[in-house]
Ligand binder design. Structure first.
Ligand code: 5GP
Ligand code: ZN
Length: 113
């Protein structure tokens, strides 16, 4: 298997998993850009946001709700956080298995870099 995040989803990478269910998993980013930086990914491979299909609406909604729950659990919900998904080159995507970044624990900047 080629894809790094597929390997993480299959448990091949000895990653510290914060959350998992039949659809998604969540784990800490290896190079955190904020005091809290967590990635949520679908278990099955989807390369980019451009590859989402109509029946992925439940998956994406689920991922967002779980991100909110994790934010509550780690204590950043009230102070605030940011959810980010990068697509392709201009979006700054570097791993081509879709993932939602949950970032918090500091003031985020706007506009983003
Ligand atoms: P992107 O740049 O594609 O939006 O985000 C990819 C993210 O994956 C980056 O924040 C990067 O630090 C993270 N990442 C890359 N390789 C690994 C890894 O092996 N383990 C973990 N936990 N995160 C990774
Ligand atoms: Zn993958």
């Amino acid at each position: 298997m080629e894809c790094l995040f597929c390997k993480i989803a299959q448990g091949e990478m000895n990653t510290d998993i914060l959350y998992k269910d039949e659809q998604i998993i969540a784990f800490r980013d290896i190079a955190p850009q904020a005091p809290s930086h967590i990635l949520l990914i679908p278990r099955h491979h989807i390369s980019t946001l451009n590859d989402l299909a109509g029946d992925d609406t439940k998956l994406m909604g689920h991922m967002t709700v779980i991100a909110q729950r994790i934010a509550q659990q780690i204590g950043i919900a009230e102070s605030g956080y940011r959810l980010v998904m990068n697509c392709n080159q201009n979006g700054g995507q570097s791993v081509f298995h879709i993932h939602m970044h949950l970032l918090g624990g500091r003031q985020m900047c706007w506009p983003p870099g």
